[in-house]
Design a binder for this molecule. Structure first.
Ligand code: ARG
Length: 376
């Protein structure tokens, strides 16, 4: 971008908790401008204001003037005083870039590309989530039938199917949702919280490398469980943390994808991955269980997804894994689901299809956990 005009502005208020800063930065970027944060004084508690000074750089005076007007409600009305320690050593600069998005598989909501892993070695051998109570109680043959029904149903709904090779001794490798977060030609592969699943990591890395993805492998101290904890809704990543993934992983997701990442704290151990309580439908609606998030997470979701697009379910409904759905075009595929939720989806123009996933629920996963979308 040719360097043209610059203006320094100061912002004050509950910039972080109330998401004002996100709104401001989005506004700047939407205008194709760049910003550099030079001073940041974060409020000590939730009642205190955060103060910030930034330089905005735009292509021309008109754009800059429009931005100044749009940001007027958030700007400080008297000059702010910044203590020396609030001056950032390294300034935070975000250049506006219009990167050419490359889709190795081509994003196609009606014909998404989906990766699954056959359940040849699936069982419940250990307990790493509250659902895994019945070690050794999986009906392996029934699990294979259920998996095949899911595969066929997704394919019939219009998806292009891919599979990875199952591996002995890795019963949870079937849950390909966790293998990686995928966007364009980038894959950020999993680094599991529990050692029981860490053996899966090299297989996911190999699969994505072999299929032409630019793979990010996280440092050893950062845990992250793939698209099980990072879902895209309208060019934003909604990423869960606490039970399995670390919030520190989120900057790697935005670095890889170039998308803003909304960090959502998960608060109920039964809903330990974001994909069991948050399900984007066609970049339009959202099926979700509000009780799985802390109050900040809920307000972030409410601030981003308009009310008429949010389909909330109760705890009882969420316990059926109804939010762990695979969406292909207008079809929504999930475990045997409550009629109320199916009716609500139908009323919104979707075709709900429920299939019995009992054996996978014994491992704490259902339809969506058994898939990862490759064409975002
Ligand atoms: N047993 C697996 C685990 O606890 C289930 C993973 C479910 N995957 C998901 N994306 N929610 O890790």
């Amino acid at each position: 971008m040719p360097t043209c005009v610059t203006k320094t502005i100061e912002l004050t208020g509950h910039l972080l908790d109330s998401l004002t800063l996100s709104k401001v930065l989005d506004t700047i970027q939407a205008k194709g401008a760049s910003f550099k944060i030079t001073h940041l004084d974060i409020g000590a508690d939730k009642h205190a204001f955060t103060n910030l000074r930034m330089d905005i750089e735009a292509d021309n005076d008109d754009v800059l003037q429009q931005l100044v007007e749009e940001l007027e409600p958030y700007t400080a009305k008297v000059p702010l005083q910044f203590a020396p320690e609030t001056q950032l050593n390294s300034t935070i600069t975000v250049e506006h870039t219009t990167t050419e998005r490359r889709y190795p598989l081509g994003k196609d909501d009606n014909h998404p590309s989906i990766l699954m892993c056959p359940p040849d070695y699936f069982t419940v051998d250990y307990a790493i989530n509250p659902w895994m109570q019945g070690v050794g109680e999986v009906d392996v043959e029934l699990a294979k039938q259920q998996w095949q029904t899911l595969y066929d149903t997704i394919e019939q709904a219009g998806a292009k199917m891919y599979t990875m090779t199952p591996q002995p001794g890795l019963p949870d490798l079937v849950f390909t949702a966790n293998a990686a977060f995928v966007y364009g030609d980038k894959a950020v592969t999993a680094h599991y919280r529990h050692k029981e699943r860490q053996g899966e990591e090299p297989f996911a890395q190999a699969w994505f490398k072999e299929h032409g993805y630019d793979v990010t492998v996280l440092p050893d101290h950062i845990h992250f469980e793939g698209s099980g904890d990072a879902l895209i809704w309208k060019d934003r990543v909604f990423s869960g943390y606490k039970m399995r993934s670390d919030i520190a992983a989120h900057s790697y997701l935005s670095a890889a994808s170039g998308l803003p990442v909304m960090s959502l704290e998960l608060s109920d151990p039964k809903f330990y991955h974001v994909d069991v309580c948050f399900c984007p439908l066609n970049d339009d609606y959202l099926l979700w269980f509000p009780g799985a998030f802390d109050e900040y997470g809920r307000s972030v979701i409410e601030a981003n997804v308009p009310e008429e697009k949010r389909i909330a379910v109760t705890a009882e409904e969420a316990n059926t894994f109804v939010c762990n759905a695979v969406n292909v075009g207008k079809t929504v595929i999930f475990n045997t689901a409550p009629q109320r939720v199916k009716d609500e989806l139908s009323a919104k123009g979707f075709t709900p299809i429920d299939i019995d996933m009992s054996e996978f629920i014994k491992a704490g996963g259902s339809c969506k956990c058994l898939t990862v979308r490759l064409d975002h």
